[in-house]
Design a protein around this ligand. Structure first.
Ligand code: SF4
Length: 194
C-alpha cells in the first residue's frame, strides 16, 4: 500500500491579504441607473418582460450615498459616467445633480433619443457622447419602437447636434433579417459612430 505525505500550505500565506484598493487601474466607468420609466414600449424591451412589468418606478438615488462611494473608492480615478434607464432623460434632475456635483467627471448618455430636445444647452455641452438606440431604417425602427419614432429621433439628433460637446453614436440592435447595410450606411450620415 502506498502512503503519501499531505502537504499543507504555509500558514504565512493564508488568509490572503485583501487589496487595499479593490478597483484596479486608474479609469472607471460608472453606470448609473436613473429611472426604470420609459416613454416608449419597444416590443423587445426587457423592462416589459414577465414580472418586471408594472414594477417600473422612479429610483430614489441618494446623491450623498453616491458621493460617499466616490470619496471612498474613486478618489484619484478618472471617472466616466454613463446614464442609463429606462429613459434617463425622464429623470433629468438626477442627471443634473450628478453632473453638478462631480464637474471633473466625463459623461455619456444612453437614450432612446425621443426627448433629447428637452435637455438644456449646458447639459448637452457637457456630454462627451450620446448613445442613441435605433434599429436601422424607418420601417424597422418604427416596427419595434412605435410609429414616428425614427423621424423624431433623427429630427432631435439634427436639432441638438451643434450644442453637443461630444459625439453621437447610433447603438443598433441588428435583429431584423431584412435590415440591410444601406440602412446602416444611411445612419452614418446622421451619427458620428455606429
Ligand atoms: S427605449 Fe429602451 S427602455 Fe424604453 S421601451 Fe425601448 S428598449 Fe425599453
Amino acid at each position: 500500500m502506498n502512503t503519501h505525505t499531505i502537504q499543507f500550505a504555509s500558514a504565512t500565506t493564508w488568509p490572503p491579504v485583501s487589496d487595499v484598493d479593490p478597483i484596479v487601474g486608474g479609469r472607471v466607468e460608472l453606470q448609473l441607473l436613473t429611472t426604470l420609466k420609459c416613454n416608449l414600449k419597444c416590443s423587445y424591451c426587457s423592462l416589459g418582460v414577465g414580472e418586471v412589468l408594472g414594477t417600473q418606478t422612479e429610483l430614489k438615488y441618494d446623491i450623498d450615498q453616491l458621493t460617499a462611494f466616490v470619496d471612498k473608492h474613486l478618489r484619484d480615478k478618472e471617472v466616466y459616467v454613463t446614464f442609463y434607464g429606462g429613459e434617463p432623460t425622464l429623470n433629468r434632475a438626477m442627471m443634473e445633480n450628478v453632473m453638478r456635483r462631480f464637474p471633473e467627471f466625463r459623461f455619456q448618455l444612453q437614450t432612446n433619443g425621443t426627448l433629447l430636445d428637452s435637455l438644456p444647452d449646458w447639459m448637452l455641452h457637457r456630454l462627451s457622447n450620446i448613445l442613441v438606440s435605433i434599429d436601422g431604417g424607418e420601417q424597422t425602427t418604427d416596427g419595434y419602437r412605435g410609429r414616428g419614432v425614427w423621424r423624431q429621433v433623427l429630427k432631435n439628433v439634427a436639432h441638438v447636434g451643434d450644442r453637443l460637446g461630444g459625439s453621437f453614436t447610433a447603438r443598433v440592435t441588428w435583429g431584423h433579417p431584412d435590415t440591410g447595410f444601406e440602412e446602416l450606411d444611411d445612419l452614418a450620415e446622421s451619427f458620428d459612430y455606429l
